[in-house]
Design a protein around this ligand. Structure first.
Ligand code: TNX
Length: 542
């Protein structure tokens, strides 16, 4: 554009300027800039660089095998060659990987040193070594053809929060096994350590349960999907297509994904929603609802009236058997049991629910939900697991019981603040700061759910609310990006919504608060976007 508008002299001047800029960029590069995201705690750049060539070896052992494998896979797919792995070497043309497991050192922390004698990554534990390798990856050129020169550098680093999550809603739209793995890779590249997998909802049940085959035979399929936005005020205006939509993960696929994530130090937490957001399960087994149905796997987004019957013991038998299978597949300490947005309309007019309330002396339906969640929570606790639930779990609760639930605060910070004050462990996922299904631009062409959450707002998000005392603040385990997929039907759109906002959140979660600086982040982001190109991510360009 600039060239077309200018006269001849203008073109010359522009060319001159171009070379000056190129020169500055060259100097900039040779002085050894780095652009690691999330920002490490300490970095010291030195003059000189180490070249990784096909002759370089990786010195690795049992504890660092996953790290070596990821690095080699990365080098192979991005630069076309992998390195030989050895258990020791006397040479210095090597990447030395160690995982110390020393008590007293910061969990997931690492030291990375690049110098004349090789590249050394010392993890405080296995995961730490993996994260050191992630930082090393970000020191490599983003040009596939360039020599793999790594600047001499010393990095010491450890994360600020122990829970660094991302949630993907696979229920509203289904993402293939292959793509889900890719998504997990992207999380690893951002030093995220938890993948919260939203597997069931009104619009689809996505996990095979052998004892209840109709959950997938019926519950994973819907007869169409919404076209355009959900209109809650005028439901008669909602429009739908008639394209059958469905998909689910077999148990073998689930195991494969859990293992794939584990090799990247990512824990997969499954979410099995209850008592609301359960219409797909009711469509499969109508006896689980208060009215007995018939029900359909929903085509409409939003909150649904039909929920599991809380008065029927069969509901609990069903959920317990489902969870038995889920526990076999997911070794995670936590199981997410939902608990959000459960209308009480059906319970109010259900004789069995009302009977249960009378017997237990519960004076309203919120209490019945507390009973519901506690009963399942106890079942899981007896099997050595802990539950996570959305902040709705705090409603109607007298908080006399033990704090076995971790609260996921989604309706702003409110639930998290209340939860921490009541001494519940808390994960912060406030919708206005962490919902990556919200629009990142004021002029969004594509369909989005609403809400405005630009990059800098994510970056400036502080998971530790100021109003909490240090004592209360200790209950905040970390934070998580949530990606609900009502209006995200394919990987390209998903990536457009998630990146680069996940870069911003990764820094919120990992880096020291005092080092957070949006201007500095933006500078490093330019390189990160180049890396996104290298990784094939369809990111949103500001
Ligand atoms: C509310 S966040 C929900 C989800 C929707 C989301 C849309 C939460 C616990 N429940 O079911 O997908 O809003 O942003």
């Amino acid at each position: 554009m600039v060239f077309i508008k200018m006269n001849g002299g203008g073109v010359l001047r522009t060319q001159y300027l171009f070379f000056v800029l190129l020169f500055i960029a060259g100097v900039h590069c040779c002085l050894g800039q780095e652009s690691i995201i999330p920002r490490p705690n300490n970095i010291a750049l030195q003059e000189g660089s180490f070249a990784i060539t096909p002759k370089t070896v990786i010195v690795t052992g049992r504890k660092t095998a996953h790290t070596a494998a990821f690095l080699n896979d990365y080098l192979k797919t991005r630069y076309g060659f992998a390195l030989k792995t050895v258990s020791k070497t006397i040479g210095s043309n090597a990447v030395f990987l160690t995982a110390a497991d020393q008590k007293g050192r910061a969990k997931e922390g690492y030291r990375l040193r690049v110098g004349r004698n090789g590249i050394y990554i010392e993890g405080n534990d296995e995961a730490g070594c993996f994260y050191g390798m992630q930082s090393l990856i970000q020191l490599l050129p983003t040009d596939k053809q360039a020599a793999l020169k790594v600047p001499y550098i010393k990095v010491t680093d450890a994360p600020r929060f122990s829970y660094r999550g991302a949630m993907l809603d696979a229920a509203r739209h289904f993402f293939s096994v292959a793509y889900t793995k890719r998504f997990i890779d992207y999380l690893a590249l951002h030093k995220i350590n938890t993948f919260h997998w939203h597997l069931t909802d009104d619009q689809g049940w996505r996990i095979e349960i052998k004892q209840y085959p109709r959950l997938t035979a019926i519950g994973s399929q819907r007869s169409g999907s919404m076209v355009g936005h959900l209109n809650t005020k005028h439901p008669e205006e909602n429009r739908y297509n008639t394209v059958p939509y469905g998909g689910y993960y077999t148990q073998d696929e689930v195991k494969d994904i859990v293992q794939y994530a584990a090799a990247r130090y990512i824990t997969v937490i499954p979410e099995i929603e209850m008592p609301g957001h359960s219409q797909a399960a009711l469509a499969a087994y109508p006896y689980l609802g208060c009215t007995g149905g018939p029900y359909q796997v929903s085509k409409t987004w939003g909150v649904h009236t039909e929920v599991y019957c809380a008065g029927n013991d069969t509901t609990f038998t069903f959920l317990q058997k489902v969870l038995d299978e889920v526990l076999e597949l997911f070794p995670s300490q936590y199981i997410h049991i939902g608990g959000d947005e459960c209308p009480k309309i059906r319970w109010k007019s259900c004789s069995r629910c009302q009977q249960r309330m009378r017997v237990l002396g519960l004076n309203d339906e919120h209490r019945l939900q507390v009973y519901f969640m506690n009963r399942i929570g106890q079942y899981l606790k007896n099997r050595g697991r802990k539950i996570i639930a959305w902040d709705d779990i705090l409603e109607g609760n007298d908080h006399t019981g033990r704090r076995t639930t971790t609260v996921m605060s989604w309706r702003g910070d409110k639930g998290g603040i209340e939860g921490a004050r009541l001494k519940y462990p808390v994960i912060m996922t406030p919708d206005d700061k962490c919902y990556l299904d919200y629009s990142q631009t004021k002029q969004e062409d594509s369909l989005v759910i609403g809400g405005y959450l630009p990059l800098d707002m994510v970056y400036r998000y502080e998971p530790l609310p100021q109003v909490l005392t240090p004592e209360e603040g200790r209950f905040i385990l970390g934070s998580q990006a949530n990606v609900w997929t009502e209006y995200i039907s394919n990987p390209a759109k998903l990536e457009y919504m998630v990146f680069p906002r996940l870069s911003a959140l990764s820094e919120v979660l990992w880096s020291a608060k005092k080092d957070r600086d949006f201007g500095d982040f933006k500078k490093r982001l330019a390189d990160q976007l180049q890396r996104y190109r290298l990784w094939g991510i369809n990111y949103f360009n500001q």
